[in-house]
Design a binder for this molecule. Structure first.
Ligand code: URA
Length: 444
C-alpha cells in the first residue's frame, strides 16, 4: 500500500478499494503513516466524503482497533448517549448519573474538546482527583458497583478514534459527516450497548450547522448502530445559541451540579430529561415515552441522580463532597462582568464565537496534547429575545490574567448581538427525532 497514492485518489473524488481503509488505519496506528499524511487524507475526506461501503469499513476498523466490552448474556441493559458537539453542552454530566439512577447501566466513553466545542473528558478532569483513564476491567467493576462509569479513550479502548480525533481537532478536519459518524459510532459500539441515543446538534455552533445535514448525520449513525445490533435513536437539537449559561470546563461542571440539584437552566434540564427518557425507552426499561419521562423526573427530583454523581466522583478518585461544595473546582484568577453596550433586544448569542474564545483563553487545545486551563470560560445570562438596558450585566468572563479578560470581553462583544426589534424565532430545543432504522445486523 502506497498511502500518498490513496490520498491522491481520495483528493480526486475516487473511493478507496475494499480493505484500503482497514490497512491504512492499521499502518497509521503502528507508526507506518506519519501524522501529516493522515491529516492530508482527512482533509481529502472533508472535501470528497466517503461512500457507504467506505464508511462502514472505516467505522468497523476503528471499532476493532481496540478492546470491546462484551457484557454477559442476561445482564442489565446498557445504554449511552453521545452528542455531536456543542457549546455549553454539559448534558452528559447530568444524564449519565440520572440514567444510572433510573436503573440503566451506563458505560460512557467520551472525548476531549474538539474544535470550538467542549469535551466531557476535559470537563470531568476539572474535578480535582477525577480519573478518566480507566481500563476496561475497571469500567466493568465500577458498572457492577454503581451502574455508571465515565471514561476517556486510551491505548486499548477505541485508540484509532482517540488518535484521529486529536489530529482532526488541530487540522480543521472535524466538519465532515462521515468522519463524525465513524468517530462517534466506533467508540460507542465498543461499549457493548443495548441502546444508544444520539444528540445531533444543528445551528451555527454545530459542526454541521444545516438542520437537514444534521438529520442526515443522525440517519447515517442510526443505520450504523442498527447494523451492529444496537438500538439507536437520535434527537436533532438546537445549537444556534449556547446550551445553558456556562461555557468552560469547571463552570459547566458547576452548572451540571445545579441541574442535578433541581435548579439550573431550563434547557439543560429539559434536554437531559428528554434524552434520558429516550434511553429508557430504547433500552426497554420503560413502557413508553411518558412513563420514561416520569421515571427520569422522579430520579432528578428525589436527589437520586445527584447522589449517583457523588458516588461516581468518589469511585473515580475525586471527593464526593464536591457536589455540596462546587467552590472546590478550579477557580479563575480574574473575573469581570460584560455590560450591554446599548439598550435593545438580544438578537443572537453566537455559540461558535464563545466556544472559540474558550479555546483562546486556554480552556481548549490549539496543538496536539496541549495542557488546558479548566477554570476559564463564560457565564452568559441573557438569551435571544431578551430586552436589555445599556450598562446591564449580561455575562461574566473568567480568565487567568488581564489579557484573557480583555480577549473574553471582546469575544462577548462579538457574540452577543443587540438589535432594535425582537429577532426571528430561535430553533426549537428539539428539531427532529430519528428512530432506529431496521438494517440487517453485520454480526460483528
Ligand atoms: N464527537 C465525536 O466523538 N467525534 C466527532 O467527530 C465529533 C463529535
Amino acid at each position: 500500500m502506497h498511502f500518498p497514492t490513496l490520498i491522491a485518489r481520495k483528493r480526486d473524488g475516487q473511493p478507496l478499494a475494499p480493505g484500503a481503509w482497514r490497512a491504512s488505519l492499521a499502518a497509521y496506528l503502528d507508526g507506518g503513516i506519519p501524522e501529516y499524511q493522515m491529516a492530508a487524507m482527512l482533509m481529502a475526506v472533508v472535501w470528497r466524503g466517503l461512500t457507504d461501503a467506505e464508511l462502514a469499513e472505516l467505522t468497523l476498523a476503528m471499532l476493532e482497533s481496540g478492546e470491546r466490552a462484551r457484557p454477559a448474556a442476561g445482564s442489565a441493559p446498557r445504554a449511552d448517549k453521545h452528542s455531536t458537539g456543542g457549546v455549553g453542552d454539559k448534558i452528559s454530566l447530568v444524564l449519565a448519573p440520572l440514567a444510572a439512577a433510573c436503573g440503566l447501566v451506563v458505560p460512557m466513553m467520551s472525548g476531549r474538546g474538539l474544535g470550538h466545542t467542549g469535551g466531557t473528558t476535559d470537563k470531568l478532569e476539572a474535578i480535582p482527583g477525577f480519573r478518566t483513564d480507566l481500563t476496561l476491567p475497571e469500567v466493568e467493576a465500577q458498572l457492577a458497583r454503581i451502574g455508571v462509569a465515565m471514561f476517556g479513550q486510551t491505548e486499548t479502548i477505541a485508540p484509532a478514534d482517540r488518535r484521529l480525533y486529536a489530529l482532526r481537532d488541530v487540522t480543521g478536519t472535524v466538519p465532515s459527516l462521515p468522519l463524525i459518524a465513524a468517530s462517534i459510532m466506533s467508540k460507542k459500539l465498543a461499549e457493548g450497548l443495548t441502546a444508544l441515543v444520539l444528540d445531533v446538534k444543528a445551528g451555527s455552533g454545530a459542526f454541521l450547522p444545516d438542520p437537514a445535514e444534521a438529520t442526515e448525520l443522525a440517519r447515517v449513525m442510526c443505520r450504523l448502530g442498527a447494523a451492529h445490533g444496537c438500538r439507536t435513536t437520535a434527537l436533532v437539537t438546537a445549537m444556534d445559541r449556547p446550551l445553558g449559561r456556562a461555557i468552560g470546563n469547571a463552570l459547566e461542571v458547576e452548572e451540571a451540579l445545579l441541574v442535578l440539584d433541581g435548579e439550573g437552566p431550563a434547557d439543560v434540564r429539559e434536554l437531559s430529561l428528554q434524552l434520558t427518557a429516550e434511553m429508557l425507552v430504547a433500552a426497554g426499561l420503560a413502557r413508553g415515552p411518558e412513563a420514561a419521562r416520569e421515571q427520569a423526573e422522579e430520579a432528578l427530583g428525589s436527589g437520586a441522580a445527584l447522589e449517583r454523581f457523588a458516588q461516581l466522583i468518589e469511585a473515580q478518585g475525586g471527593s464526593p463532597a464536591l457536589v455540596d461544595d462546587p467552590a472546590a473546582l478550579p477557580q479563575a484568577r480574574e473575573v469581570e462582568l460584560f455590560e450591554a453596550p446599548r439598550a435593545g433586544v438580544v438578537a443572537r448569542v453566537e455559540p461558535r464565537a464563545l466556544g472559540e474564545a474558550v479555546v483562546a483563553l486556554g480552556g481548549g487545545r490549539r496543538a496536539l496534547g496541549e495542557a488546558i486551563d479548566h477554570s476559564v470560560g463564560f457565564v452568559v445570562s441573557v438569551r435571544p429575545g431578551q430586552r436589555v438596558q445599556q450598562g446591564e450585566p449580561l455575562a461574566s468572563v473568567f480568565a487567568r490574567d488581564p489579557a484573557g479578560i480583555a480577549e473574553g470581553l471582546a469575544a462577548l462583544g462579538r457574540a452577543i448581538v443587540i438589535g432594535d426589534a425582537a429577532p426571528g424565532p430561535a430553533l426549537p430545543l428539539v428539531l427532529d427525532r430519528v428512530a432506529a432504522i431496521d438494517v440487517e445486523p453485520t454480526g460483528s
